[in-house]
Design a binder for this molecule. Structure first.
Ligand code: AMP
Length: 428
């Protein structure tokens, strides 16, 4: 056992995994650009109050999973690592006066999030999300645009069988009455509720519908449904979201128990699952409308909607589905030399080729030429640039390791000749 290991619940992304991530980030960025969401960055940590207010103190994410940063001095601010991006993005929207921009402001963040959760497969303490927010549009069309955007991501990433579940969780008009109905329903069964759920009955009754405790399954099934209790405006909104989803060809299923754990959500809520995995805690992504959030964080009342897709889980789903990681391209050329000691020439020639935009490796060990060439062949480099006595006249030997041919090339033409070969052989 090594003395030092990555902290529990975190992973090193070794180059192969990293390139899988980069591919997903590339798809996310490309989709963001096509749908008009502009990428931004927010800090990895915020004042704890941003999360406590913006997510809700009675949520698991804040109550149990927040990575709090120990204060350095008595008077220093309380900070925590971001468990999600929405609260930070909305904090930035308010801080930078984005209300004065044309609305909606459509923003996107790609990066790591932190939750002090119990680590298990697909559940990490540091994980990556693609987050998308449209702030300043009450919908319903933008709700469908956002859901469609998430759905397209899975399609373009190649994840098969993704189910879109949607629901409406009402608004300040109709939800309070629903919550009373829900409370009354569960209160009758209070004695049968597991301890945690009994506490939630007081703090956050909507979360009872979200419970993964098997003892709750039947109770949840029989619970009053929010979709039967929506006010007129919420009902019209929900119908319109569905019509827009149909217009863009996104299949969906209505899931009346889908509530999202965070307090600021209103109306549209949605999650993406792999078919057959809907019952588990393994959503691929999810999001919803948060018309109360901007005001909670100190801005003018402003509607908003967004989602967060978990990139780790997408990568896992792709691996389980048999998708091979992207193969990395071998170097186009390796610069080798007849004089093992002359690393200066090899590094200098390689440097010139790299400046010209080519992927080349310089052989910087001091082994015999035959060994240098063997290694170049083993890593499937297409060419070896061989530095020998001709260098004095400004020439090198260019050996095609695939064809086995070799000829002399003036140094001045080398980059151009390699670049031409690279385009005709699709080398990197
Ligand atoms: P949430 O804000 O909890 O709905 O998270 C949005 C998405 O982020 C989830 O659907 C997951 O794909 C991903 N996610 C959330 N928590 C974790 C975690 N601890 N480890 C890996 N992925 C996560």
């Amino acid at each position: 056992m090594p003395t030092y290991r990555a902290p529990r619940g975190t992973r090193d992304l070794l180059p192969e995994a990293r390139s899988g991530f980069s591919r997903l980030e590339g798809i996310a960025r490309s989709l963001s650009a096509r749908y008009g969401y502009r990428e931004m960055e927010i800090p990895l940590f915020e004042q704890t109050a941003v999360f406590e207010r913006g997510i809700g103190a009675a949520t698991d994410v804040v109550e149990k999973e927040l990575f709090r940063i120990a204060p350095r001095t008595d008077d220093s601010e309380a900070w925590a690592l971001r468990p999600e991006a929405t609260a930070g993005v909305v904090r930035a929207y308010v801080q930078h006066g984005m209300q004065t921009l044309p609305q909606p402001v459509k923003l996107s963040v790609v990066g790591p999030m932190f939750r002090y959760d119990r680590p298990q497969a697909g559940r990490y303490r540091q994980f990556w999300q693609w987050d998308v927010e449209a702030i300043g549009d009450p919908g319903p069309a933008v709700d469908a645009e956002i859901v469609e955007l998430g759905w397209r991501f899975y399609a373009e990433a190649g994840v098969k069988g993704v189910q879109t579940l949607i629901n409406s969780i009402g608004d300040a008009e109709c939800r309070p009455a629903y919550l009373e109905t829900l409370k009354a329903y569960f209160a009758v069964h209070a004695a049968d509720l597991p301890a945690l759920e009994r506490r939630r009955l007081e703090t956050n009754p909507l979360r009872l519908l979200d419970s993964k405790d098997p003892a709750m399954t039947d109770l949840i099934f029989g619970a009053p449904k929010i979709t039967d209790c929506l006010c007129g405006a919420c009902s019209v909104h929900f119908e319109s979201v569905k019509a827009h989803l149909e217009a863009v060809g996104v299949p969906y299923r209505i899931q009346p128990t889908l509530v999202r754990g965070l307090d600021y959500y209103t109306r549209t809520a949605f999650e993406f699952y792999r078919s057959g995995a809907e019952g588990q805690q393994q959503a691929l992504g999810g999001g919803g409308r948060y018309d109360g959030l901007v005001e909670l964080l100190g801005g003018r009342p402003t509607a908003g909607i967004g989602f967060a897709l978990g990139l780790d889980r997408v990568l896992l789903a792709l691996e389980e589905g048999g998708t091979k990681p992207v193969a990395e391209l071998p170097p186009l050329a390796v610069v080798v030399g007849a004089d093992p000691a002359d690393t200066v020439s090899r590094l200098r020639v390689a440097s010139q080729l790299r400046i010209a935009g080519l992927a080349v490796r310089a052989e910087l060990g001091q082994r015999k030429l035959a060994r240098q060439l063997e290694t170049a062949a083993k890593e499937h480099a297409h060419f070896a640039v061989i530095i020998g006595d001709e260098l004095a006249e400004g020439h090198v030997q260019l050996k095609d390791l695939e064809a086995g041919t070799q000829h002399v090339v003036p140094l001045a033409d080398l980059a151009r000749e390699l670049a031409r070969a690279a385009t005709s052989h699709h080398h990197g």
